[in-house]
Design a protein around this ligand. Structure first.
Ligand code: HEM
Length: 211
């Protein structure tokens, strides 16, 4: 779970950086989208690197979800009678955020791929063959912007706790210093990713990114 999670973090950081090209305008964003497909040529075929990343993502997702379901079932078996104490402790909040946040992210990713990758759904009825226009049309639709911003908040919370958890799993939290470092890095990563991703929908909302 830790290793697949770290792979996702690397992917979202790269993806977030690429999305920010939208601030440089239509040509820059679309050129970047095209470069993703040409990268590695002629050693790799057109879209070759993209397919390698896609296969890595699908494999990591399968591992991540399988591990989550196994943990969920194990936690259920370990405690068959409910706790008498009603007050929530930090640990139960964290597990709620990880479980339901994870399910929210799965639903978001399914919609997101339908929206931008495999489906290319333009809810305004506009063109779907121009990545930049599809992006602007998507976030010019207020309820889609809300969905994306809520999903980014869920991603931030998931990542914040997930990074800490991964460090624990990998045995990197043995001392007080390493624990506070892991917490600090997790929080910084989560903030950078939430703000970085949210800037694009917000940029469309305030009219900085436009057709
Ligand atoms: C505001 C947030 C986001 C925006 C504006 C955004 C935008 C985009 C766009 C424009 C594409 C199509 C790229 C292309 O075909 O060249 C794309 C693809 C994709 N995005 Fe996002 N994205 C966002 C957040 C995320 C997040 C949080 C994840 C993962 C957790 C994610 C995962 C993906 C994946 C897996 C693809 C498919 C890449 C492929 O076609 O192989 N995105 N996104």
């Amino acid at each position: 779970m830790a290793l697949s999670g770290l792979f996702f973090i690397a992917f979202v950081l790269g993806h977030m950086y690429g999305n920010l090209k939208a601030f440089a305008g239509q040509d820059s964003f679309n050129e970047y989208a095209e470069h993703l497909r040409e990268y590695g040529q002629p050693i790799l075929p057109y879209s070759g690197l993209l397919w390698i990343v896609r296969v890595g993502l699908v494999g990591s997702l399968a591992v991540h979800v399988y591990a989550a379901l196994t943990l969920w079932a194990r936690a259920k078996r370990a405690r068959t009678t409910p706790y008498v104490m009603k007050k929530r402790t930090g640990a139960t909040w964290a597990s709620l955020i990880m479980r339901w946040g994870g399910v929210t992210l799965l639903l978001f990713i399914a919609w997101h791929l339908l929206n931008f990758s495999f489906g290319k759904v333009n809810v305004t009825g506009g063109p779907t063959n121009d990545p930049y226009i599809l992006l602007v049309d998507t976030f010019a639709t207020w309820w889609l912007t809300v969905i994306y911003l809520v999903a980014m908040a869920a991603l931030g919370a998931h990542l914040h706790h997930g990074f800490w958890s991964a460090c624990q799993t990998l045995g990197l939290t043995g001392s007080a210093r390493s624990r506070s470092l892991a917490k600090g890095v997790g929080l910084t990563l989560a903030l950078v990713i939430v703000v970085g991703f949210s800037l694009v929908p917000l940029g469309v909302l305030v009219g900085i990114i436009e057709k």
